[in-house]
Write a protein that binds this ligand. Structure first.
Ligand code: NAP
Length: 289
């Protein structure tokens, strides 16, 4: 069997960012704000770097970006007050709270304070609930990115057998719901699943969001399957160098799958593009267009 076709997340993401840029320009021409405010608590180098990249991605498509940095010792009430102020600020059309938060703060609870319409990550209970109803406002962006990558392949989703490995609220569960909405037959596997491979080998669509490097190997994969690797894991090689790998063992799986996302270059750029598209979506709804 020939090697899987690699799904090019960079190319697809560039296409989405072009469309977002055009729509942002049109909104601006109509005098409507398109603005993302990111709240960062503490000043970890990883958080700063992420915010810097995110700011650049926004500016590249014409979205105004503001970073609000709170002290690492900020209380839950401080963060909640900040989010409340942003919820009520008409110049702010999108809000995100950078994770992880310092250990004394409950990220899940604080994220719920973001007004659903400004929740560009799609992580509030309202937005997750709307996905369950098949009427998403802003769907969880990582899950949406995974499903967009599946849709970029020639595989018809209607009636397809889909297996999602991972059941988190931000990735696995919403990805499964979005696939249900696409009329797939969906199975969710998690840490307690007995005989994982028996499930994954049925999958025409396999979405993997586990957080374990190279966890899914060729033996888990149905020949010709579409495999979406959501995982991002930093590993140290025997020679001491560091490398980013996914949850899918790329080398073995590419010999068996039909379509496969690489890490990096698959989900990463797509999540950025979908976050920008969600930000546009929030601005459009707030502008009433
Ligand atoms: N590409 C991106 O932009 C992006 C964005 C977000 C996350 N990620 C990456 O995606 C991965 C998953 O993220 P997450 O936030 O969903 O992680 P998470 O909250 O830790 O959830 C991991 C899930 O994997 C399941 N799991 C653990 N061990 C398993 C096993 N042996 N067999 C089957 N399922 C197992 C867990 O099951 P239980 O629920 O039963 O414990 C859980 O549902 C991570 O590598 C993360 O870095 C990437």
């Amino acid at each position: 069997m020939s090697n899987a076709q690699i799904i090019d997340g960079n190319a697809l993401s560039a296409q989405i960012r072009r469309q977002v840029k055009e729509s942002v320009a049109a909104l601006r021409l109509a005098g409507k704000p398109v603005q993302l405010t990111a709240v960062l608590v503490g000043s970890s180098p990883a958080g700063q770097m992420f915010a810097q990249r995110q700011g650049q991605a926004c500016r590249d498509v014409g979205i105004d970006y503001q970073l609000l940095s709170l002290d690492a010792g900020a209380s839950a009430a401080d963060v909640a007050r900040t989010l409340d102020r942003l919820n009520h600020d008409p110049a702010v059309t999108g809000i995100m709270l950078h994770m992880p938060l310092p250990p004394h703060l409950d990220g899940g609870a604080l994220r719920q304070q973001i007004q659903a319409i400004k929740d560009v990550e799609g992580v509030t209970p309202t937005n997750l609930g709307l996905v369950a109803y098949g009427q998403p406002l802003n769907a969880p962006f990582t899950a949406l990115a995974a499903v967009e990558l599946v849709k970029s392949t020639p595989l018809p989703l209607r009636g397809a057998e889909a297996v999602v490995v991972g059941a988190s609220e931000t990735v696995g569960k919403p990805a499964a719901l979005l696939l249900v909405h696409e009329r797939c037959t969906v199975t969710i596997c998690r840490s307690t699943t007995r005989d994982l491979a028996a499930h994954t080998r049925r999958a025409e669509i396999l979405v993997v969001a586990v957080g374990k490097p190279n966890f899914i190997t060729a033996e888990h994969v149905r020949p010709g399957a579409v495999v979406i690797d959501v995982g991002i894991n930093r590993i140290t090689l025997p020679d001491g160098t560091k490398r980013t790998v996914g949850d899918v063992d790329f080398d073995s799986v590419q010999a068996k799958a039909g379509y496969l996302t690489p890490v990096p270059g698959g989900m990463g750029p797509m999540t950025v593009a979908i976050l920008l598209r969600n930000t546009l979506q929030s601005a459009k709804i707030l502008a009433g267009v």
